[in-house]
Structure formats: structure tokens, C-alpha cells
Design a protein around this ligand. Structure first.
Ligand code: PMP
Length: 372
């Protein structure tokens, strides 16, 4: 009898529900214009680099010790930042951080999902919501948005939440990959319609929202089932630092201690994030210019006939492409990497520097006659 290959052997041993799945994988290609993962294209300013280096130098001699398991200083720094950014004052006990918001999302699913429980999300939305859910053994249910506009009304969300009786509901505002923020009433309606659910509002892109877009942080008071997640990966230009966080009732945050691995935030991670928050103004200085580039992308694409979705984020979803995978490849051949998010006829592009926007719009202008 033929011996099994190593691949067949691993497949045989793997958890049955993981067999045949493919891993999260936005391409990391070395091309001149990389606009495919909604990073902030602006490098960390020199003054911040120096401050981080100085703080890290002081840490290194103490790496023989485990980090502060409760990341106390970082929590306080995050509450101060949130107060300035959103006007909402929360206590340090309401803040929980992890290695990217993906990790804090996984803590929520580990604590409140589990075998036999359902998590509901409204797709298209951030693909990691379903991946985290399913790899942790929770059942994922694809809720729906309007197929044309990708909007999610309060009535539709509430009806779906009632129907599926979820233990967790994922909302994403502004929504990745479609771009727009949710109406506030949708969040309130879901909290009402799913009385047995933890409701997660993923606000990874909150800092880019158009004026007058309220944060779900304003709903936290008196809502012990609400979780708002944020990240330093986008507006803060700190994706490589890996620091995401959530805000919720102290009791809910306390429950997350049951599932986190001890000392999950390394000493260097805590330090660089804390120093970055001390320099929030310098790091966030690019947000206004990124919003200008986003609005330039929206109007440039509209002129080319490639229907952009209104955006509260640092990216734009655009459609009316007869062959989106072909357009993705043609842009790559022009040195511009964007994202095929799997929505038929659509692609997503990140707003970066003015030069990157120009390179993208120039390439689209050359391609438009045959691609739009
Ligand atoms: N939520 C949303 C909606 C995102 O788009 C992303 C990043 N693409 C994340 C969370 C995760 O970001 P991070 O883990 O870097 O904080």
C-alpha cells in the first residue's frame, strides 16, 4: 500500500471542520503603489521614531521579567485618547487590548461564542469576523445587506437578529469593504432585537468618518452587552505595532481574562503603543489628507463611470467593472495593487498619499475605455 504524503497525513489529522479551508491572505507584493490592505501609507514621523527608540532602550534590560499582565499604563493612555477623539470618557477597567483588533475580537468569540452558538454578521463585511467565528467552533450566519447599495437598515438588521437568535452580532461601522458608516438606529435596533447577544461594533475606521457620524461609544452607558472595537492600525499609521482594543462594561472586560493567554501583550508592544498615544497628534496628522485623497478617489472614479460607494473610511469600493479580476490584474501590471474582495464587478482601493492617488487614478483613466 502507498504511504500517505505529508499533506495527506496533515489533512487526515486536522479538525474535520477546518479541512479544505484556505487561510486569510491579502497578497503582500512588492510593487510601487500598495493600496490593498487599508494601511496608512505615511511613515512614522522622525520625532515619534526617536521617542519610541528611547522608551524601548529603557525596557530591554527588563525583558527578563514578564510584562504587566494588565497593561495598566496603556489602558489609561487609551482612555485619554478616546476622550479626546470621541468626547466619551470611559474608565481604564472598560478597556481591553490585544495584538491587533483581530485578537480582541477572538477573545470576545472565545468568551461568548462556542459550540452550538451562533454569531451573525451582515455580509459583505470584514472577512475575519466569520473566520475567527468558525475557527473557534462557533456557527457563523451570513446576514444580508441591500444587494445594490450595501446599506443595512434598522428594520432589516433587527428582523434578521430576531430570526437567528445569535449569541454574538457583528456590526462594522464604517463597514469594510463597502466603506460607509451604519445608521445609529441600526446599532440600537440590534441591541433591542437580540436580547441574548453580545453586540460588537467594529469601529476600526472610526477616525475617518464624515462629520456628524456618532460612535457607538456614546451608547455604552447602561448597555452591558455592547462592545466597541478600535485599532491603531489605520488612522494611527501603526499597523506593524499590532495594537487593537475594545471598550465595554468592566464586567464584560473582566470575563475576557478567562480566555486570553497570560502576558499576551509583550513589554515592547505595550511601550511602543503607549509612546505612540503620547504622540497622537503627530501620528493622526495625516487623517485629514487621507480623507481628501478618499474624496478625490470617489469623484475621480465617478467621472470614469466606475460607481464608487460613499465612504467614511480610508478606502473606496467601486463597481461597474465587467471583469473585476481582469481589472485587478491590469492595475497590478501598471504597478498598482488594489483588493479584489470577491464582490462581483467591484474592487476596493485604499486612500494613501496624493501621489498614490494620482498613480491609481491615472492607471484607471488609461484602463477605463476597456475596463469600465
Ligand atoms: N476590523 C476591520 C473592519 C478591519 O478592516 C481590520 C483590518 N483590515 C481589522 C478589524 C483588524 O485590524 P488589526 O488587527 O490590525 O487591528
Amino acid at each position: 500500500e502507498r504511504e500517505r504524503t505529508a499533506g495527506e497525513e496533515v489533512e487526515r489529522l486536522l479538525r474535520p471542520d477546518l479541512r479544505g479551508r484556505s487561510a486569510y491572505g491579502a497578497p503582500q507584493l512588492d510593487v510601487p503603489v500598495r493600496l490593498n490592505t487599508n494601511e496608512n501609507s505615511h511613515p512614522v514621523p522622525d520625532a515619534v521614531v526617536r521617542a519610541v527608540m528611547d522608551a524601548l532602550a529603557a525596557d530591554v534590560a527588563n525583558l527578563n521579567r514578564y510584562p504587566d499582565r494588565e497593561f495598566t499604563a496603556l489602558r489609561t493612555a487609551l482612555t485619554d485618547y478616546l476622550h479626546r477623539q470621541s468626547g466619551v470618557r470611559v474608565a481604564p477597567e472598560q478597556v481591553w487590548a490585544g495584538n491587533g483588533s483581530n485578537e480582541v475580537l477572538s477573545h470576545v468569540v472565545q468568551a461568548f461564542g462556542g459550540h452550538g452558538r451562533v454569531a451573525l454578521g451582515f455580509t459583505p463585511s470584514y472577512s475575519m469576523h466569520s473566520i475567527i467565528t468558525e475557527t473557534l467552533g462557533t456557527t457563523w450566519v451570513h446576514g444580508e445587506r441591500d444587494a445594490e447599495t450595501f446599506d443595512l437598515t434598522a428594520e432589516s438588521a433587527a428582523e434578521q437578529a430576531r430570526r437567528h437568535r445569535p449569541a454574538i452580532v457583528f456590526l462594522c461601522s464604517p463597514n469594510n469593504p463597502t466603506g460607509s458608516a451604519l445608521p445609529f438606529e441600526t446599532v440600537e435596533a440590534v441591541l433591542d432585537a437580540a436580547p441574548d447577544a453580545v453586540v460588537v461594533v467594529d469601529e476600526a475606521y472610526a477616525e475617518f468618518a464624515r462629520p456628524g457620524t456618532p460612535s457607538a461609544l456614546t451608547l455604552l452607558e447602561g448597555n452591558p452587552r455592547l462592545v466597541v472595537t478600535r485599532t491603531m492600525s489605520k488612522a494611527f499609521a501603526f499597523a506593524g505595532g499590532r495594537l487593537g482594543y475594545l471598550v465595554a462594561a468592566p464586567e464584560l472586560v473582566d470575563a475576557l481574562r478567562l480566555v486570553r493567554l497570560p502576558y499576551h501583550l509583550s513589554t515592547p508592544t505595550q511601550t511602543i503603543a503607549r509612546v505612540a498615544l503620547e504622540h497622537a497628534d503627530a501620528l493622526l496628522a495625516t487623517v485629514e489628507s487621507i480623507k481628501e485623497q478618499r474624496d478625490r478617489i470617489v469623484s475621480g472614479l465617478a467621472e470614469l463611470g466606475a460607481t464608487p460607494t460613499p465612504s467614511d473610511s480610508n478606502f473606496v469600493l467601486f463597481g461597474n467593472l465587467p471583469d473585476a479580476p481582469g481589472t485587478w490584474q491590469a492595475l497590478l501590471d501598471e504597478g498598482v495593487l488594489v483588493r479584489d474582495v470577491g464582490i462581483s464587478g467591484h474592487l476596493r482601493v485604499t486612500a494613501g498619499t496624493a501621489d498614490e492617488t494620482t498613480a491609481f487614478l491615472d492607471a484607471m483613466t488609461r484602463l477605463a475605455p476597456t475596463h469600465v
